[in-house]
Write a protein that binds this ligand. Structure first.
Ligand SMILES: [Fe+2]
Length: 185
């Protein structure tokens, strides 16, 4: 099975489930995030990272109400581990940091918190809330922090019910290229 087939398998299977209290499915959220990345002129690897930033929810098989039950399953780590098996650091790194980027933006951008969805505000508390100044400084040292912040903005926007965007087939060649760049299939 190619990596693009695996992605299709995940998004078309468990990805059809609701996205953790948001008005779109996991698959719709993923495709909207990838489309926003592409529209913003992101590199191929960052488009793939946007498409798969929440793959941790799918590989963990979380139920949709984990945040309501006070659980942070650290889907970003599970997702980054899965991505690192199949892609290089330019795909796995921004996905690993997409929750940290939310905590970062809450610390440095006064308007950011008010723009978050209710579900995202709820999970923020479980994820540790806004970063401390020391955490902000540490975050800025990570070479993937800039693309992670860009990814986070697309992530937050990718919640529009019924928005028509390209399907998974649109990303096949990018997925295979990003996987091929790492030398694995
Ligand atoms: Fe997301």
């Amino acid at each position: 099975m190619t990596i693009a087939d695996r992605v299709i398998h995940l998004l078309a299977g468990p990805g059809r489930e609701a996205y953790l209290g948001e008005p779109v499915s996991q698959a719709e959220h993923a495709l909207q995030a990838a489309w926003l990345a592409e529209r913003d002129g992101a590199s191929d690897s960052l488009v793939v990272s946007a498409l798969l930033h929440d793959v941790g929810h799918l590989v963990l098989g979380e139920s949709a109400d984990v945040a309501d039950r006070g659980i942070d399953a650290r889907h970003e780590d599970a997702g980054a581990a899965w991505l690192a098996e199949h892609f290089g650091p330019d795909v796995a790194g921004p996905a690993r940091l997409h929750v940290a980027a939310k905590r970062y933006l809450c610390a440095v951008d006064p308007d950011y918190l008010s723009q978050l969805s209710d579900a995202s505000k709820l999970s923020l508390a479980l994820q540790g809330g806004a970063m401390s100044p020391a955490e902000v400084a540490q975050f800025r040292l990570d070479p993937h922090h800039d693309p992670a912040i860009r990814l986070r903005r697309w992530d937050d926007e990718a919640m529009v019910p019924g928005l028509e965007v390209p399907g998974l087939a649109h990303y096949d060649s990018r997925i295979e290229a990003a996987a091929g760049a790492r030398g694995t299939r």
